[in-house]
Design a protein around this ligand. Sequence first.
Ligand code: SF4
Length: 423
Amino acid sequence: MTDLQSVLQTITPNIRTILEHCLEGKELKQDDATTLFSVTGPELTALVLTADYLRELQCGDQVSYVVNRNINFTNVCIKTCQFCAFSRDLRSEEGYFLPTDEIIRRAQEALSYGATEVCLQAGLAPSIDGEIYIDLCRELHQALPKLHLHAFSPEEVKYGAIRSKRTFYDYLSALKDAGIGSLPGTSAEILNDTLRKRISPGRISTQEWIQIVTTAHKLGIPTTSTMMFGHVETKEERAAHMALLRDIQKQTGGFTEFVPLSFVHQEAPLFIKQDITGVQPGPTGNDIIRMYAIARLMLGATIKNIQASWVKEGLRMASWLLNCGVNDLGGTLMNESISTTAGASHGQLMTPAMLRHAIRDAGRVPVERRTTYEIHRQFSRVLEEQEIEQDPLSQLEHPQEIFGSYQELTTDQTFTYKFENAL
Ligand code: SF4
C-alpha cells in the first residue's frame, strides 16, 4: 500500500481520483473504466497496484486452478463466426464427430488422472436431434457421477432448444435434470449487437445470451462469464460489456468468475480476410495488463474470481497477471483445441505441477478447486515432495501421448464426421 500511495501522488489528478474511489470501495463507473483503458507509464503502474491491492482484499493469497479435460466433441458447425478457426464445414475432410462412448471413455480417462470436471463445448453440427445435449449429459452423468459437467455455451443451448422446439427454460431444466453442473459463459465475445453482426453474423444475440444465462442462474445452474477483446471493439464497448455483466451478477449472483480472453488472430478469418476495417492482431501486452486490472476494479466486488487464460496468454503472461488482479489460472484442459486452431502456441494441456510452480513463483499459495470454487486440495507455499506422488497427471512425462492432440483427431478416420452421425 505504501508503494501505491507514493505512485498515486505522481499521477494526474483525474486518474488518481478514479483509483482512490476504488480503494475506498466505491463502484468503478463505466465511463471511468473507459478512461482507464488508455493509461500508460506511472498511471498504468498505479492501476496495477490498485488491482493487486483489491485482489488481496477480496481473495487473499490463494490462486486456484481446476483439473479438467476439454472434450470438443465435434468441429463441424453450421455457423461461420469470423473469429473462429476451429469450425469446419460438413464437407471438410477434417470434420470429426465423437460418439458418446468415446466421450465417456475420454471423461473416464480424465477422472483416472485426477480430473474433477469435464468441459463439453463443440460446433453446431447440422441437423442434429435437439435432445442430443440432454442425452449426452444424462449418459455421462450416469456413467461418471463424480465428474462435474461444465457444458454447452449459450449458443449450443439455444441450438438445442430450437431444434427440440423447447423454451430455454424447459431445455435448461432438462439439462439440469440430466446432470449438468454449470455452463461456460462463452459465445459472449462483446455483448453489443452492432459489433456482433460485424464479426459473427448469425451469432446468438445479446438478449438471447442474457436470457439463457439468467434463466440458468434462476434454475441454480451457475455459469462463467467471458469477454473476447483485442479485435474490433472500442474501449467504450469493453466497459459497457463489463457493466452489463456486473448488473446481471447483482440480480442473480450466478457467475462463478470472469475470464477476459485475448483474440487469437493468426488463423482467424476475421484477421486473415480483413473484410472489415480496423481488425487488430489481438491486444498488446500493456492492453492485456490493463484489461485484467480494470476487470478486478470493475467486477471484483461482485464477481470475485478473475481468471487468466494460459491458453490465450501463455503461462508466462498469465503468471505475471497474478500481479494485476488475477486469482485463478483456469484448468489443465488436457485437450485444448479452439485456441490452438486459431494459432495459439501455448500447448493443449498444462499439468497441475506447472500451474503450481507459476503460482508459487508469484509468491502466492496454490489451491486446486472444483468448478464452482470449493477447495478440493490445499498446498503449502513451498513445493512438497509428496504432492507430485499424489498427482498422476503431473507424473506423466509425455501427457499428450495419452490424451492425443487436436491434429490427430482431425485425421483419425474412426471419428470422421459423416452426415448420418448427427441424425
Ligand atoms: S464459434 Fe462456435 S458457433 Fe461460431 S463457428 Fe466456431 S464453433 Fe461454430
